[in-house]
Design a protein around this ligand. Sequence first.
Ligand SMILES: [Fe+2]
Ligand SMILES: [Fe+2]
Length: 199
Amino acid sequence: MELINSKTYSNLAKSFAGECQARVRYEFIEYGARKQGYKALAEVVDKVVYNEFNHARMFYTFIQQAGEKEIKNIDIDAGYPFKQKWDLLENFRLAAEDEKHEAELIYPEFARIAEEEGFKQIAALYNNIIQVETCHKALFTQLYNQMKDGTLYCRDEPIKWKCGDCGYEATSNCAWEICPLCKAKQGAVLLHLEDCFGC
Ligand SMILES: [Fe+2]
Ligand SMILES: [Fe+2]
């Protein structure tokens, strides 16, 4: 089957659109985080922004390979989320929800169709991206929980905190308000994250 006549072709276009939108939604989150002084958090979210850019780039590359001539408009009929408002905490919850939907429903289905239509490399791309979106889901879930519980910068047990600006470290229950070394605000203190975004 020619890619251009396949369902996978349209799925690639839908996926490209979805990744571009996810990227912008996470830039909204990053923007909000920076405005509220969460510098280290914004930098973590910026890594997710760049991940989504690269997913979009890979989908786009496959679309480009579908024809020798210039690719014309691709008509797609798909729904995309527009739930996020300007509430940082709520946006983490919604982002985790969107990532789950992508990783557990949409992309597995697109991978199955690509496999069925004989596009093994594209199926593999979907499966590799599922791994990353699952990691994004875990990250946004952690950010949501930590911000909600107030554990982003305060723990029950002493823990090592590190300034992302100057590298100063100290062990205590809560991170400093102002870095003793460089005077950066608390938002510059690196976050404690598990799994794929752990340091
Ligand atoms: Fe993505
Ligand atoms: Fe993602």
